[in-house]
Design a binder for this molecule. Structure first.
Ligand code: PLP
Length: 464
């Protein structure tokens, strides 16, 4: 399998380049040259597979000869062995045609572990093959940073630099990052917003001399390998609970990576599920799907910080597909967006998007009400990100029919403030989270300035 850029002006590359590279040289995002048919028509019975086996089979469709079968098996099985539950992604039947897909049983209690535990292993292996070192850089609104640190700490040949917006992640989220003291882990608290951290990462990649010198590598959800790993659970059937194939997936959305993984599986599978894009008050996607104008506003800080995002990088992938892979149009539209901070989605593209996605935003009050309501109806405590999904599904219920699968993206114990606001007792804290609350922290505060971040990385990686 080869991979192409959404903007159509970069050469096609192999899996290893997608794994180790960031954006394509033309500024676009990598996509498979074509989506394979899934499941392959050879009679394998996927519904009774363990999760790691399903993931392994799907990834084989993409890796080509980058890794042999044994290497891939070792990394996929190693990644999912770190989860605290055998089924990896347990499914809970909430009754009334509603299901909860629990994606938070990995080492950092957020769904990002599902992709990053795998990516960490594959990246280290690819670097070993190339006899190279790399600097992984991550902009995080909360959960990606800790999941990336858990995936890369102690791995040889890798430094990991994580930029989080100072004072804008929860205390638990910050401590999950800053209490990891391994020498290859470098935490930066940036004086800015999440979008600022993303802009700095983009600027560092655009500095090709610097990017080459540090071998800069992205593991943000613009990395296609993450999306492929996440596509797996849209085809996952737990042993005990069988999810019907009709209906909707409700996806708490920030950077559009997770929900686009749903589109990826739908394209491979020929599924016709609706994908519900649930946002918080940062509702650019909901507005774009309603009006056809994609235009970021100011970033609102909410109870679901991992979704406090205005520019959803992976939306470019959905635009690319909805436009019938018209990269000429997409590159001029993205150039216009870079210039004017607005993008007009033409009617035929908008129409294609609306056939797959419906979207709405939930305010913090609606999110708190949803936490309380779900607890009343099911006895379960859900985290504020997951709760935006329930709040949005309630708003859109006239447009939704059939079964609904709610993606549960974080463990509620990570967000005690929101749970308290819903009038519920604090959820039991897993021991791994308890231990970090009084462990020593290490991080560096830096101004919102790419050149200062560049200098910091050169110093820390010994390249200055
Ligand atoms: C990252 C994250 C999201 C948003 O996922 P995207 O792929 O960025 O849309 C939702 N919930 C939680 C808990 C997250 O960490």
């Amino acid at each position: 399998m080869k991979f192409i850029s959404t903007r159509g002006e970069a050469p096609a590359v192999d899996f290893i380049d997608v794994l180790l590279g960031g954006t394509a040289p033309d500024g676009g995002l990598y996509m498979p040259e074509e989506w394979p048919n899934w499941p392959p028509p050879d009679g394998r019975e996927f519904s009774v597979y363990p999760y790691a086996a399903l993931a392994l089979d799907l990834l084989r469709e993409f890796v080509g000869d980058t890794f042999d079968a044994e290497e891939l098996r070792e990394d996929v099985e190693g990644a999912y062995a770190t989860f605290d539950i055998d089924s990896v992604v347990p499914t809970v039947d909430l009754g009334g045609g509603r299901f909860l897909l629990e994606l938070f049983h990995g080492p950092t209690f957020a769904f990002k572990d599902i992709a990053l535990q795998l990516l960490g292993r594959l990246t280290a292996r690819a670097l070993e093959k190339r006899k190279a070192r790399a600097t992984v850089i991550v902009a995080t609104s909360g959960d990606t940073g800790s999941a990336a640190i858990a995936a890369f700490r102690s791995r040889p040949n890798v430094d990991i630099v994580v930029l989080h917006p100072k004072d804008r992640v929860s205390e638990v989220q910050r401590r999950q990052m800053t209490t990891v003291l391994d020498g290859n882990v470098h935490n930066v608290a940036l004086e800015g917003s999440f979008d600022d951290t993303q802009s700095i990462v983009k600027a560092l990649f655009a500095d090709t001399e610097f990017a080459a010198r540090t071998r800069l590598t992205a593991v943000n959800s613009i990395n296609l390998v993450r999306i492929l790993a996440q596509a797996v659970y849209y085809d996952w059937q737990d042993w005990d609970v069988s999810i019907p194939s009709e209906g909707a997936y409700v996806v708490p959305t920030g950077n559009f990576g997770d929900v686009f993984a749903g589109e990826a599986m739908a394209r491979m599978h020929g599924m016709a599920n609706t994908l519900v894009v649930a946002t918080n008050a940062n509702d650019i996607l909901a507005r774009a799907l309603k009006t056809g104008l994609y235009e970021p506003g100011p970033v609102h800080h909410t109870l679901s910080p991992s979704m406090d995002i205005q520019v959803a990088s992976n939306f470019e992938r959905a635009l690319f597909e909805a436009a019938g892979r018209d990269s000429m149009w997409l590159s001029s539209a993205m150039a216009q967006f870079a210039r004017d901070r607005r993008l007009f989605i033409p009617p035929h593209v908008l129409h294609a998007l609306r056939r797959r996605y419906i979207a709405a935003g939930a305010s913090d009050d609606e999110t708190i009400a949803a936490i309380a309501r779900v607890h009343r109806e099911t006895g379960r405590t859900i985290d504020p990100h997951t709760a935006t999904g329930f709040a949005v599904a309630e708003k859109l219920k006239d447009q939704l029919e059939g079964q609904m699968v709610f993606l549960a993206t974080a463990h509620p114990a990570k967000f005690p403030e929101a749970i308290a606001k819903a009038g519920l007792p604090p959820p039991p804290i897993p021991p791994q989270l308890k231990n970090i609350m009084d462990a020593p922290e290490r991080f560096t505060v830096l101004p919102n300035d790419a050149s200062r971040v560049r200098q910091f990385i050169l110093e820390r990686t010994g390249l200055s």
